[in-house]
Design a binder for this molecule. Structure first.
Ligand code: GCW
Length: 716
C-alpha cells in the first residue's frame, strides 16, 4: 500500500500524470525544469509596482502568479529597487521610479510596452513600462511568455506595440444562451443572473483575451434581437464591461436595425428620419452613460434576412454613417460588415462570390472616419480555401477591417484539428496590388496606405465548456487570432510554436510534433474538403455545414446549394469566373485579374474557383484533373493519418487527459476525411464517367452517402 502511494506521489510530482482539463489554456504556469528556472530566478526576486489601479494590479498579480508557478518562488513585493533581480512595472504617470528612468516610450504607442534590462541604483532590474496601464499588462504577459517559451529574460531591449487598433472577438451569442455556429457549449454570458451575479469566468475570459492583446468583445450575435438594447440588457452589459475593464477588453454590441420600431415604438427605422436618429442618439447616450468605454457597434445589415437601410430605400453608407455620427462624440466606432450578397427584392442570378465587391465598392470614400468596413477574409464565406476578398484591394478611401473565422463552421467545427493561423497568414500576406506590388492585405488592414482606423474581428470559438473552445487544439485558434491581430505580419509557425510551448511545455519532441501537426492540419483539411479549391461542399439540407453534400440543390436560392458551387457536369468541374463566365476575376487588380482569368496561369490551388475545368485537363503533376481530384482527397486523408501518428508518438509526454481527448478527436477527423473523399468522389464520378484510379474506390455506393442524415458520418 505504502509503496503504491509513494509511487503515485512521485508520478504526480514528475508532472506526467497530472490530468489537465485545458481550463488554464496557455496560461498554465506549470513549474519549469530546474535548470531553466535557475536562469530566471536571480532576475525575478522582487516585484516593484507603482501606484495601484485595477489594471496595474492585474499586471502585478499575473507576474506574481506566473513567476510563483513557473519558478516555484514568488517575487517579494518591494517599494523600490534595493537588491538585484527586481521586476519594475508601471507607467511614467503611475510610478515616479519609471518616470525617473526617462525611457523612450515612443515606440510603445498607446497600447504597447517596452521590456528593458537596466541597472537601477546599482542593482540589476527588468523594467516593464508603457505609456498606458494596459500596455503594462500586455508587457507583463509578454515577459511571462518569454519564460514559458524558454527565451532569455536577460539583456532585454524589447519594444512592441499592436499594429491594429481594434482587436475584437465577435461572439455570435444569443440571449437564450445558445451560440450560432458555436461548438464549445453555451454562451459564457449568463444573462439571467446578470447584473447581480458575476460569474468568475467573465474576468477569466477577459484575462485570457488580454494575454494575447484582444481588446474588444462583441457580446451578441450579428443576427441579433433588438432586446439587447433594452435598458435591462444595457445594465447587464455594463456589468460585463465592469468585469472586463481591468483587462482592457471593451464591450461592443450588434444593434438591430429595426430596434426603433421593435423596442422604440416608432413607425419606421429609416436612418434618415429625424425621429429615428433621435431615438438612436438617446440610446447611444444611455449606453455610454452606463459604459463609458463602450467600443461601438458591429453591424450586419441587409444580409441573410437581417433588416438594414435598404429596407427604407437608403444605402449602406446611410446606415453606417447614422451610427457613426452618433457614436463619434463618445469615441465609438462602427464596424460595418461587407458580408452582403444581395439587394432586397432583386432576383438572384449573379455570382454570389462577386457580391460584396459589387454592392460595397461604390461606397468607397463615403463612410465616416470612425467606420471600419469589415470584410470576411475571402469573397465567399470562411471556406477552407478562398482567394483573398478583392474588396481589400478596391477601397483605397475606406478603413478596411478583416473578419476571420476563429470558430470553424466550415472547417471541422468542434472536431477537426485545423489551425486557422495558417489561413490568417495566407490571407494577410496575399498581394492585392492596390498600391503596386507588395500591397498585401496585411498592409491595407494595418493602415499603411493612409487609413486612420484599423482593426480585425474574429468570430469567437469560445463557450462555457470547461476548456473554453471544445477541444484543446481549438485554443490554438483563439491564440492565433489574437497574435495576428496584434501583428498581421506574424508567422503562423512562430505563433503556433509559442502556443505549443505554453500549452504543452518545452520538450523538443513535443514542440516539433505539435507545431508540425498545426502546420500540416490546414493543408490536409483543404485537401480532403476543398481539393483544388472546390468550395461550399458542406452545405447540407439541415444547415449544419458538417460533412459532404455535393449533390445538394436548393429550391430556395441557387447559391445556397453545393451544386451551384461545384458545377459538376459531363464536361468538367468548377465555376467559370473568367471573362467567358461570370468575369469575377476582373474584380482583382492587375496582374492578378489577367492571371486568374486564364486557366493556364491561374495558380492550381485556385483552379476550380476560377474555372470550369475539363475532367481530362492536364495538371502540372501530369495527372488529369479527375486523377488529381482523387489524389488530392486521398492526400488529405493521409495527412490526417500523419497527424495521428505524430500525436500518438507523444504518449507519455502529455498528460493522460489531454492526450486521450486529442487522440479521440483525431479518430473522428479521420473518419470525416474519408467521408468527404468517398462521398464526393462517388458523386463526381457520375459526371466524370471515368474509372477510379490507383486502386482507389469509395467504400459505399453513392446512394448510401446520399441517404445519410445531415451531420452523420458513415462508420469507418
Ligand atoms: O456562413 C453564414 C453562417 C451564418 C452567419 C453568417 C454571417 C451569423 O451560416 O450562421 O450568421 O454566415 O456571417 O453573418
Amino acid at each position: 500500500m505504502g509503496r503504491v502511494f509513494l509511487a503515485a506521489i512521485f508520478v504526480v510530482f514528475a508532472g506526467r500524470a497530472m490530468a489537465e482539463d485545458g481550463h488554464e489554456v496557455w496560461l498554465r504556469y506549470h513549474a519549469l525544469p530546474t535548470a531553466q528556472a535557475a536562469q530566471y530566478l536571480p532576475l525575478t526576486t522582487t516585484l516593484v509596482a507603482g501606484r495601484p489601479s485595477p489594471t496595474l494590479d492585474a499586471a502585478a498579480k499575473e507576474l506574481r502568479q506566473g513567476i510563483a508557478g513557473l519558478l516555484r518562488r514568488a517575487p517579494a513585493a518591494r517599494e523600490r529597487v534595493s537588491s538585484g533581480g527586481a521586476v519594475v512595472i508601471g507607467t511614467p504617470a503611475s510610478s515616479p521610479l519609471i518616470a525617473g528612468l526617462h525611457l523612450d516610450l515612443t515606440g510603445a504607442g498607446k497600447e504597447g510596452f517596452v521590456l528593458r534590462s537596466l541597472s537601477i541604483d546599482g542593482h540589476k532590474a527588468t523594467v516593464i513600462a508603457a505609456n498606458s496601464e494596459i500596455g503594462v499588462l500586455y508587457g507583463a504577459f509578454a515577459f511571462l511568455r518569454r519564460m514559458q517559451t524558454g527565451q532569455t529574460i536577460d539583456g532585454l531591449a524589447v519594444t512592441d506595440a499592436p499594429r491594429l487598433m481594434v482587436r475584437a472577438l465577435d461572439h455570435w451569442d444569443n440571449l437564450d444562451g445558445s451560440i450560432e455556429r458555436g461548438y464549445a457549449g453555451a454562451s459564457l454570458w449568463r444573462w439571467q443572473t446578470l447584473p447581480a451575479y458575476r460569474d468568475p469566468r467573465y474576468r477569466e475570459y477577459a484575462r485570457i483575451d488580454a494575454s494575447i492583446g484582444i481588446n474588444g468583445a462583441v457580446l451578441n450575435n450579428v443576427n441579433t434581437s433588438a432586446n439587447s438594447l433594452t435598458a435591462g440588457y444595457i445594465e447587464k452589459t455594463a456589468a460585463l464591461a465592469e468585469e472586463f475593464r481591468p483587462y482592457g477588453v471593451h464591450v461592443w454590441l450588434t444593434p438591430r436595425f429595426t430596434a426603433p420600431q421593435e423596442i422604440g415604438g416608432l413607425k419606421t427605422s429609416d436612418p434618415l428620419d429625424p425621429q429615428v436618429r433621435a431615438w438612436w442618439k438617446a440610446k447611444v447616450e444611455e449606453i455610454y452613460k452606463a459604459i463609458p468605454d463602450f467600443g461601438g457597434f458591429l453591424v450586419k445589415a441587409n444580409s441573410e434576412g437581417q433588416p438594414g437601410p435598404q429596407d427604407y430605400g437608403r444605402s449602406h453608407s446611410d446606415g453606417a454613417n447614422m451610427y457613426a455620427d452618433l457614436l463619434a462624440p463618445h469615441g465609438g466606432i462602427v464596424m460595418y460588415r461587407a458580408f452582403v450578397y444581395d439587394d432586397p427584392g432583386k432576383d438572384w442570378h449573379l455570382d454570389r462570390v462577386a457580391e460584396a465587391y459589387r454592392i460595397i465598392k461604390p461606397f468607397d470614400g463615403q463612410f465616416r472616419a470612425n467606420v471600419l468596413v469589415q470584410e470576411k477574409e475571402g469573397p465567399l464565406d470562411f471556406q477552407p480555401r478562398e482567394p483573398f476578398a478583392p474588396l481589400f484591394g478596391a477601397m483605397p478611401k475606406s478603413n478596411m477591417a478583416v473578419e476571420f473565422p476563429v470558430t470553424k463552421e466550415y472547417t471541422g467545427q468542434g472536431v477537426d484539428l485545423t489551425y486557422t493561423g495558417f489561413m490568417y497568414e495566407q490571407i494577410y500576406k496575399s498581394d492585392t496590388y492596390a498600391h503596386g506590388p507588395g500591397s498585401t492585405v496585411a498592409k491595407i488592414v494595418m493602415g499603411d496606405y493612409g487609413q486612420t482606423l484599423t482593426g480585425s474581428a474574429g468570430v469567437a470559438n469560445v463557450g462555457n465548456d470547461r476548456n473554453w473552445t471544445g477541444s484543446i487544439f481549438n485554443q490554438a485558434n483563439w491564440y492565433a487570432y489574437g497574435r495576428f491581430a496584434w501583428n498581421p505580419q506574424s508567422s503562423a509557425r512562430a505563433v503556433g510554436e509559442e502556443w505549443a510551448r505554453q500549452t504543452f511545455g518545452n520538450d523538443p519532441k513535443v514542440v516539433s510534433s505539435v507545431v508540425g501537426m498545426l502546420m500540416a492540419s490546414w493543408p490536409a483539411m483543404m485537401d480532403y474538403q476543398a481539393p483544388i479549391s472546390l468550395t461550399f461542399q458542406e452545405l447540407d439540407s439541415a444547415n449544419t455545414h458538417y460533412g459532404p453534400w455535393p449533390w445538394l440543390d436548393s429550391p430556395r436560392r441557387s447559391d445556397w446549394a453545393d451544386v451551384y458551387f461545384n458545377r459538376a457536369d459531363t464536361t468538367g468541374l468548377g465555376v467559370d469566373r473568367s471573362h467567358t463566365g461570370y468575369n469575377t476575376a476582373a474584380q482583382y487588380n492587375s496582374p492578378l485579374k489577367e492571371q486568374f482569368d486564364d486557366i493556364r496561369t491561374t495558380p492550381e490551388e485556385f483552379l476550380l474557383w476560377f474555372h470550369h475545368v475539363p475532367w481530362d485537363w492536364r495538371m502540372k503533376s501530369g495527372r488529369t484533373m479527375w486523377e488529381e481530384l482523387q489524389f488530392t482527397y486521398s492526400r488529405g486523408v493521409k495527412g490526417v493519418e500523419a497527424i495521428q501518428k505524430d500525436w500518438n508518438g507523444l504518449e507519455g509526454k502529455i498528460d493522460g487527459e489531454r492526450f486521450t481527448a486529442v487522440k479521440q478527436y483525431l479518430v473522428m477527423q479521420h473518419r470525416d476525411a474519408v467521408w468527404f473523399r468517398d462521398a464526393s468522389l462517388a458523386y463526381f464520378q457520375t459526371f466524370a464517367k471515368r474509372p477510379f484510379t490507383g486502386g482507389y474506390k469509395p467504400k459505399y455506393p453513392l446512394e448510401y452517402y446520399r441517404k445519410l442524415p445531415p451531420n452523420t458520418a458513415p462508420p469507418e
